[in-house]
Design a protein around this ligand. Structure first.
Ligand SMILES: Nc1ncnc2c1ncn2[C@@H]1O[C@H](COP(=O)(O)OP(=O)(O)OP(=O)(O)O)[C@@H](O)[C@H]1O
Length: 263
């Protein structure tokens, strides 16, 4: 029985590449409408594969979901083309920012709007909305993206995704390679969008400290398996999590084995 309150339900997903390499073997989590879920885990834990599975992008990389199910807004994503999912509001900001470097910031943003086949007046209204959330992009609107900073390119990539009017925004490591103040700025803006517009967010991050500060819930992946899910505030308090994922030393009383007990 689908639960209307859940925008994304990932249930016991297994995924492989080229029918040989197992990347996921048991990933489950749910995102409530209007929620922010952080997907945490080390390099190679399966975060990117999970996000690609959610947008049905694995076949383009000779990958596939072999078992389990992913439902966006109640419908099975494996039956929908990635473009259909974007039109339905499931929009992804891929790892690595992916701006068109020889286009201006504004041209990059407009390219996102065209994907939605919007009219010019609508596109202008959407541009204004993006600039109101990222004032820095307004200042740089006539600058070639290739000449902007890493942080501005990440904002442009997020802004372009916003031009498609997402209901669930999926981000892969938005903090990667950026200075802490810029990362904070980007996460604060995402949180503001979430609060003011009800945008649901799924964000994969190796930077667990910052992700747990802004997310409502988090799921931890280890070697392709979701080993733990919970409220971000609770996970932030747990010494074993802090030791394993936030780079802090546990007190002698904190036993990492508790991690699996709650999974
Ligand atoms: N295109 C691919 N072809 C084959 N194997 C892949 C491919 N992409 C990822 N993998 C493998 O799948 C597993 C999960 O990788 P994935 O990129 O999903 O992890 P991740 O948590 O996102 O790590 P990272 O932070 O490095 O992106 C790894 O073992 C990886 O080598």
């Amino acid at each position: 029985m689908p639960n209307d309150d859940i925008i994304l339900a990932v249930d016991a997903v297994h995924a492989t590449y080229i029918n040989a390499i197992t990347a996921l073997h048991g990933v489950s989590f749910e995102i409530r409408r209007g929620g922010i879920l952080a997907l945490l885990g080390a390099n190679g834990a399966g975060k990117t594969t999970t996000l690609k599975a959610v947008s049905n992008l694995l076949p383009a990389e000779r990958g596939q979901v072999n078992a389990g199910s992913i439902r966006y807004d109640g419908s099975d994503v494996s039956r929908r083309k990635p473009g259909d999912l974007v039109r339905a509001g499931l929009v992804q900001v891929l790892e690595g920012r992916h701006c068109f470097k020889s286009l201006t910031v504004e041209e990059n943003l407009v390219a996102g709007g065209i994907g939605r086949s919007g009219r010019r007046a609508e596109i202008n209204a959407d541009l204004e909305r993006v600039y109101s959330y990222f004032p820095r992009l307004r200042e740089k609107r006539r600058t070639l993206s290739g000449l902007t900073s890493g942080g501005e390119q990440q904002m442009t990539a997020i802004g372009r995704a916003l031009m498609s009017r997402p209901r669930l925004l999926v981000l892969d490591e938005p903090s990667m390679g950026l200075a802490p103040l810029i990362v904070q700025d980007i996460f604060q803006t995402l949180k503001k969008l979430n609060r003011e517009t009800g945008l649901s967010i799924l964000v994969a991050e190796q930077n667990s400290a910052v992700a747990l500060r802004y997310a409502d819930h988090a799921t931890v992946l280890e070697n392709g398996v979701s080993i733990l899910s919970g409220a971000a505030a609770d996970l932030r308090q747990r010494e074993d999590i802090r030791a394993l994922y936030l780079g802090q030393q546990p007190s002698p009383a904190a036993k990492p084995s508790r991690l699996h007990a709650v999974a």
